[in-house]
Design a protein around this ligand. Structure first.
Ligand SMILES: NC(=O)c1ccc[n+]([C@@H]2O[C@H](COP(=O)([O-])OP(=O)(O)OC[C@H]3O[C@@H](n4cnc5c(N)ncnc54)[C@H](OP(=O)(O)O)[C@@H]3O)[C@@H](O)[C@H]2O)c1
Length: 291
């Protein structure tokens, strides 16, 4: 038994080239299959069904999604397919085959109108953009299927190994002056943190059935706040200005003002205490440095 999984358990990871998928793939042991988009394009639903039927997966970890929030507004059909229909098919397969499903969802299922408090799992979602809507519909499909699922809602994912996140764009922005939104509150997650906790959950997979769990570090701030923290940490000479989201790019999708989700429940289940957001940013960008 490695990572709590019997070695001949057949595991499927979808989205293994993405931030979270790549990190899980690196750490997981066992009989793991990670088809590329070229081999299995999830927009081809019939191909997906045929692929699933060919194998007998005991565990599916779905890290695939259309994660670009602005693109989801423009490409609604694609967003619905990947974020709602794919989880629907996966969960029906898991129900039929008594397999487990680990699926990732988002803090953007909430509208952000809650004042001064974070969202917990008992709060009702009410998404304000199409990305959030399709992810919420995906959650509902999974719950309806009644399979053995764990839905992990994560937020503001980043990874040093990816270009597809806020911190990469910040550090590689050549402008002298950078404007960053300072009125949207979040608890960003490193992909490394998410994959560590996911592996712990897999170890306890028989204990945690049919649950939505929030998975973020403790603490929260705005992207402006974390941008200041990281540039100072790395000694980058960047001039960053705070900006209100209403004055940012008016063509962008709406984002919740408060999308802080608290992960008290998962910490209790796993009997662990997560660190503060800043500690994970530090570990990601400046590991093994003693100051
Ligand atoms: N990123 C965030 O800030 C954030 C925040 C909250 C929740 N989440 C959720 O966390 C999960 C993982 O996010 P992430 O940041 O790791 O995602 P990501 O880096 O954007 O990766 C998405 C993955 O999905 C794959 N994919 C997209 N379209 C596909 C298709 N047609 N066929 C097959 N594969 C396809 C991508 O493959 P290619 O690379 O080949 O396109 C990639 O491997 C998602 O469910 C997301 O909704 C993310």
């Amino acid at each position: 038994m490695k990572n709590g999984l019997i070695l001949n358990t057949k595991i499927l990871i979808l989205g293994s080239t993405g931030q979270i998928g790549k990190s899980i793939k690196k750490k997981i042991n066992g009989n793991v299959i990670c088809p590329s988009k070229k081999k299995l394009n999830l927009r081809n639903i019939n191909q997906l069904k045929r692929y699933l039927d060919k194998y007998k997966f005991s565990l599916i970890i779905n890290c695939a999604a259309l994660t670009n929030v602005n693109e989801c507004e423009k490409q609604k059909k694609k967003a619905f397919l990947l974020n709602t229909e794919v989880p629907d098919i996966l969960s029906k397969y898991c129900k039929k085959n008594r397999s487990h499903l680990i699926h990732f969802s988002t803090n953007y299922v909430f509208d952000g109108k809650k004042k001064f408090k974070s969202y917990s799992e008992i709060n009702k979602p009410s998404p304000i953009n199409y990305y959030g809507k399709t992810k919420y519909f995906g959650e509902k499909k999974i719950i309806k299927s009644d399979c053995n699922y764990i839905i992990l809602r994560v937020a503001g994912v980043y990874s040093k190994n990816s270009k597809n996140n806020f911190f990469y764009k910040l550090l590689n922005n050549r402008n002298k002056k950078i404007y960053i939104v300072d009125d949207e509150f979040i608890s960003p997650c490193s992909a490394n943190f998410v994959s560590d906790v996911t592996l712990k959950l897999i170890k306890n997979i028989t204990l945690v059935k049919k649950k939505i769990l929030h998975l973020t570090p403790n603490g929260s701030g705005t992207w402006f706040y974390y941008a200041k923290y990281l540039t100072k940490l790395l000694n980058r000479k960047k001039i960053i200005y705070p900006i209100k989201s209403d004055n940012f790019n008016k063509n962008n999708a709406k984002r919740p003002k408060n999308s802080i989700i608290n992960s008290n429940k998962i910490q209790k289940i796993l009997k662990v205490k997560f660190y503060n957001v800043k500690r994970y940013i530090y570990d990601e960008y400046k590991p093994n440095v003693i100051e």
